[in-house]
Design a protein around this ligand. Structure first.
Ligand SMILES: Cc1ncc(COP(=O)(O)O)c(C=O)c1O
Length: 332
């Protein structure tokens, strides 16, 4: 991947790209080009997927609102969400039905290719392929929100890992090395809708700001080194497997999984294929587990958040985390 001095990005899977100041701007930013290509403008998202706080995405939006027990978000005008359709994640039939009922009206399908905002929920084998097919047939765009999965599942993100090419990709988090930045990129004809090449205006004072770009470039260089993703896969796999073993040994019903450096577990029997399945978890138990771990291990504070490992985590860190988890689970 390379980043031009004008703040534009080029890398595999993203023919052209644009950096924005805030991460959620990558989603705000990517919506208008989708609507420019396809004027009807309905969008389809999945229950439990979070795509930032842009109004039209604050429907069934996963972790933050779910953990706090909030309805969708008060203050969002009804008009902003009338064009937002939702379906259960991993439910191909529900998606096909929505396409039938809204023929030619859906501009884009947005999703987390692996859900992180309803807990860790991977796609079923046929799900992403089916989305690719159905969007192509209807002339809708497929948008992968890779804010979490980008550079985490593979250098080329979930799209490289699963071998599916979306029309538009949004990125955040790792691409800025932890500094506030977002980016979106996609098919050349779509990105040519963005000013100055096209009519869709986009500008921000700090777009492509040098500090965030520098942090991002250094992080991406480090991730390019051989063995990175094998290492993440090994330590994360061991972490999750041993936490689940500890749950089984201590009599707690748990399920979970990982892909490379992204993981999660539920206090539920599983399997968890969508947000409704995730909501069957014992969240009070998760709360007790989380508080018990706080003596040295800081997990994401919600049953509905995925966890991440980084290259800084050593096998000793994994060992200590598993020991702590075993002890807390035994006490619970
Ligand atoms: C998958 C996904 N998309 C979009 C966002 C929005 O990013 P931001 O918090 O910068 O608005 C997040 C935030 O965590 C996210 O997890």
């Amino acid at each position: 991947m390379c980043v031009g001095s004008n703040g534009h990005l080029r890398c595999a899977g993203y023919r052209n790209g644009s950096f924005c100041k805030f991460r959620n701007r990558s989603l705000h930013g990517s919506t208008p080009p989708c609507a420019c290509i396809h004027w009807e403008g309905k969008i389809l998202k999945f229950e439990g997927c979070y795509h930032g706080h842009a109004d039209s995405f604050l429907v069934e939006a996963g972790s933050g609102v779910a953990t706090l027990g909030l309805p969708d978000s008060p203050g969002v005008p009804k008009g902003a969400t009338v064009g937002t359709l939702t379906a259960p994640y991993n439910d191909v039939e529900a998606v096909k039905k929505l396409f039938e009922d809204n023929k030619g009206e859906i501009a884009a399908v947005f999703l987390e290719p692996v859900v992180g905002n309803a807990g860790f929920i991977p796609p079923q084998p046929a799900f992403l392929n089916a989305l690719r097919e159905v969007t192509k047939q209807d002339g809708a765009l497929l948008v992968f929100d890779e804010v979490m999965t980008g550079f985490r599942l593979a250098y080329g993100g979930a799209q490289e890992y699963f071998g599916i090419t979306p029309d538009v990709t949004t990125l955040g988090k790792i691409i800025g090395g932890g500094l506030p930045v977002g980016a979106y990129g996609g098919r050349k004809d779509i990105m040519e809708m963005v000013a100055p090449a096209g009519p869709m205006y986009q500008a921000r004072t700090l777009s492509g700001n040098p500090l965030a770009m520098t942090a991002g470039i250094h992080t991406l260089k480090r991730l390019m080194e051989p063995g990175t993703y094998e290492y993440l896969d090994k330590v994360t796999g061991e972490l999750v497997r041993r936490i689940l073993d500890a749950g089984a040994k201590t009599g707690h019903e748990m399920c979970g999984g990982h892909i490379r450096g992204m993981f999660g577990f539920f206090f539920a029997g599983g399997p968890v294929h969508n947000f409704d399945d995730a909501k069957k978890s014992d969240t009070a138990k998760f709360g007790r587990f989380h508080r018990g771990m706080l003596e040295g291990v800081y997990l994401a504070p919600s049953q509905f958040e995925a966890g991440f490992t980084s290259l800084a985590h050593t096998t000793l860190d994994i060992e200590k985390t598993v020991e702590a988890a075993e002890e807390v689970l035994r006490r619970m």
